[in-house]
Design a protein around this ligand. Structure first.
Ligand SMILES: C[S@@+](CC[C@H](N)C(=O)[O-])C[C@H]1O[C@@H](n2cnc3c(N)ncnc32)[C@H](O)[C@@H]1O
Length: 251
């Protein structure tokens, strides 16, 4: 398959940036045979990052594999807010880490920080281990359960699933069909996993420690109430360009 055939196939499948995507696929494919298979996967709607096997996010390149949540550009706000609050030798936990992109992106600015990451999905855990390497430990299990006992966490990154169950059918097909439901579904109002994190966070956070989560603008009031009811001070920050909202709780 040559470049113009790849562009034609991608355009026919509705890819808006067919030329750019074809160029990326050509760079990633070792030969024509693999290229044709990659173009087919992309034309069937698989996220480009899963097809090429990596994503560039907030200054780091993470490896990806099918079935692992693709880090979103909007999560750069969460990284930015986290970096501002992370001391050089902080203990960072990346809860619900997926590929591990967020923790890695924060640690890029604080290389002496200690990083632990957890995820419930073994495919995500394997992917995050690939990405973190020596930079941090990755544990598999529900929320805080697999973390080493006695950890005093300074910065808790928790980009948990926050899509309300009823909104899942309206997500782009790329997410709906190619990312696991456990990576997306946050229950009735989208905040069920967030509330579970908030409830347990005081047991893990050092005094003055912070929790940062991405939410929707509409969830801000309820998310702030959950933090307040658990004794946190809370702050909401948004970035219109990134269409991102982050809630920050300070213990
Ligand atoms: C929205 S994705 C975010 C992934 C990553 N933090 C990122 O921003 O790229 C949510 C992740 O939470 C994980 N997850 C869902 N429920 C979990 C739970 N109860 N305990 C641990 N991880 C969970 C999913 O497997 C998925 O990788």
């Amino acid at each position: 398959m040559n470049e113009s055939e790849a562009v034609t196939a991608l355009r026919a499948a509705g890819c808006v940036f067919a030329e750019d995507e074809a160029a990326m696929l050509i760079r990633a494919a070792p030969d024509d045979h693999v290229l044709a298979a990659m173009v087919r996967r992309r034309a069937q709607g698989e996220p480009l990052e899963q097809v090429v096997g990596f994503a560039d996010f907030a200054g780091v390149r993470v490896r990806l594999r099918p079935g692992v949540f693709v880090p979103r550009v909007r999560s750069e706000l969460l990284v930015r807010e986290a970096v501002r609050r992370t001391a050089d030798r902080a203990v960072i936990v990346d809860l619900c880490c997926g590929s591990g992109a967020l923790g890695l992106a924060v640690r890029r600015h604080r290389p002496a920080a200690t990083l632990h990451a957890t995820d419930i999905d073994p495919v995500a855990v394997a992917c995050a281990r690939d990405n973190l390497g020596e930079a941090g430990d990755v544990f598999q299990g529900h929320l805080f359960d697999p973390l080493p006992r006695g950890l005093e966490v300074d910065v808790l990154l928790a980009n948990v699933p926050y899509v309300a169950t009823g909104h899942i059918p309206f997500l782009p097909a790329e997410a709906r069909d190619h990312e696991p439901r456990t990576a997306l579904d946050g229950g009735d109002d989208g905040l069920e996993v967030f509330r579970a994190v908030v409830a347990e966070a005081p047991l893990w956070l050092a005094p003055g420690g912070v929790l940062l989560s991405e939410i929707t603008e509409a969830q801000a009031g309820d998310a702030a109430a959950a933090l307040r009811d658990t004794g946190f001070k809370s702050e909401v920050t948004t970035d219109d360009d990134l269409e991102a909202t982050v809630i920050i709780g300070v213990r």
